[in-house]
Design a protein around this ligand. Structure first.
Ligand SMILES: O=C(O)C[C@H](O)C(=O)O
Ligand code: SF4
Length: 506
């Protein structure tokens, strides 16, 4: 098994940087369906360019490489302890080389272990099988879409859809609601894996295992196959669209499995996966550990996804030179596309919490500043400087309790993130003269290219790479105004309209 670690390292690298064949095909369908000039079309265009860049750069498609989760089928007599050790070493090595973001933090203190190793991380499931080969499958599922997983206990009253009983129609209502509640926050268009039955734990595991089915497969159970097709069709009439901008494609796949349950419980567990659906597998030779074959890699797969140049410039964009003035941002309206040049700071969960209780050091000037909700992948150069290798937005709604106060306290003029924010922030934007800009979630390579210099970092020691406050100089960084300083929110509009559509599906 000399080559086992090398094989796992290849699996991690390929999973992080190169989407599987079936996922590529599904995304290509979404690109075809959206009007290239619409916001949904722009989002799909940036996504397609990003997918190609990740392959070319052998770098993470999305900066959030999730909690590496391995499912292993091992033959009789295989040394599982050795496999576990070698997987851990491969994970640490992939983190050192920037194929994975250091993503394992202490549950309570938030302290980053720095190498993706920690209590029960990486997640490794072993299952015996009768075959001679070893099968290693990996899913890298980021935190934003993981947060949109949802579990229902039937019977239940489902918002917008009414009573859901313990039958297929009840399950149908849960699944439509699951897609609705994700809106654009899990980087739609997404995929759902569904587990009917089991208990709370095994139900979610069953749901996640469905994400290992091919997007284009057929469910052996005809009733579940019909439901999968119905959900796919109906969810796409919710008009949530890519990134929640509105549009034709909201869901790209629905896979449903069922387990026995106890009479008292009827769970419907849903694992939501973003468009950056990173899962691959390999079959390994049990003697050498070498790769015999790859799974989900199709001979006829679509190798280049891009049709255009990301967010194409039309001349109508508003160029913002940061720091920006109040007049500049008050002129912006929902739907405007902005191109940002100049200074940008990152800040996310730990940073917002910190700001509520402390003042920033005097040397950090945030007046007129742009705060990017982003946890980048950053590598240190030999001369001590830093380079950004993946830097897409994180889900902004987590900062809803703090954002309006932080805008006021730091004198910010723009927030960049994804998925939108709520009423408290919208009011804060109006009061203090600021805007919310939506970047394209998951487009980590596309945005990394816009960051030409890392000018400094604060709180690196305490908060770790993803949560630290990084200071960037950016060039031609595109984003869409989705919440303006006049009380308008595209997110509120899409949510309201999709709730109306949901109601018509009762
Ligand atoms: O942690 C991140 O970088 C992003 C996260 O996956 C998210 O979707 O919010
Ligand atoms: S940022 Fe979006 S694409 Fe990346 S892991 Fe989170 S949900 Fe997925």
């Amino acid at each position: 098994m000399n080559n086992f670690r090398e094989s796992v390292l290849s699996l991690i690298t390929e999973t992080s940087a190169n989407l599987p064949g079936d996922v590529r095909r599904a995304i290509a369908g979404a690109i075809d369906r959206e009007d290239p000039a619409s916001q949904a079309g722009l989002a799909m265009s940036a996504i397609s360019v990003n997918i190609d860049m990740a392959v070319d750069n052998v770098s993470p498609i999305c900066q959030d490489t999730g909690m590496p989760t391995f499912f292993i089928h091992s033959p009789r007599g295989a040394d599982q302890l050795m496999m576990k050790r070698e997987i851990e070493e491969a994970v640490a090595e992939a983190t050192r080389t920037g194929k994975l973001r250091p993503n394992a933090v202490d549950a309570l203190s938030g302290k980053n272990s720095g190498n993706n190793l920690g209590c029960h991380v990486p997640v490794i499931h072993f299952e015996p099988w009768e075959k001679d080969e070893i099968e290693v499958r990996l899913i890298l599922k980021g935190g934003g879409c993981e947060n949109k997983n949802i579990q229902y206990s039937l019977p239940a009253d489902i918002p917008g859809l009414g009573k859901a009983a313990r039958d297929l129609d009840g399950v149908r209502k849960c699944l439509l609601h699951a897609v609705y509640q994700a809106q654009g926050q899990g980087c739609s268009p997404g995929f759902i894996g569904v587990g009917i039955g089991g208990d709370r734990t095994s139900g979610y595991e069953l749901a996640k295992k469905q994400l290992f089915r091919r997007v284009d497969d057929t469910n052996p159970d005809a009733g579940l196959q019909a439901l999968e097709e119905e959900i796919l069709e109906k969810a796409n009439t919710l008009s949530i669209g890519p990134m929640g901008f509105g549009g034709k494609t909201t869901l790209l796949g629905c896979k449903i499995g069922a387990s026995h349950r106890v009479p008292a419980s009827f769970f419907v567990s849903v694992a939501y996966n973003c468009w950056a659906y990173r899962r691959l597998g390999v079959l390994l030779d049990p003697e050498s550990g070498s790769i015999i074959s790859w799974q989900y890699r199709d001979a006829d797969e679509i190798r280049r996804m891009a049709r255009g140049e990301g967010i194409p410039l039309t001349g109508k964009e508003v160029v913002l030179q940061a720091p920006v003035s109040e007049d500049d941002v008050r002129r912006l309206r929902v739907g405007d596309i902005v191109i940002i040049n100049g200074v940008m700071h990152t800040g996310r969960d730990a940073f917002h919490h910190h700001c509520m209780h402390h003042d920033l050091p005097d040397n950090i000037d945030t007046r007129g500043g742009i705060l990017y909700h982003c946890g980048p992948v950053i590598m240190k150069n030999a001369d001590g400087s830093y380079r950004v290798t993946a830097a897409g937005p994180t889900t902004s709604i987590r900062e809803e309790p703090y954002q309006a106060d932080v805008i006021e306290k730091l004198g910010l003029r723009a927030i960049i993130g994804k998925g939108g924010m709520g009423p408290k922030t919208l009011k804060g934007l109006q009061e203090h003269g600021a805007v919310y800009l939506n970047a394209i979630g998951g487009a980590a390579q596309y945005y990394a290219k816009c960051i030409h210099t890392v000018t400094g970092v604060d709180f690196l020691e305490e908060m770790g790479v993803p949560e630290a406050m990084w200071h960037f100089e950016v060039d031609s960084f595109p984003a869409i105004v989705t919440m303006d300083a006049h009380g308008n929110s595209l997110h509120r509009k899409v949510e309201d309209e999709s709730f109306g559509m949901l109601g018509s599906m009762a």
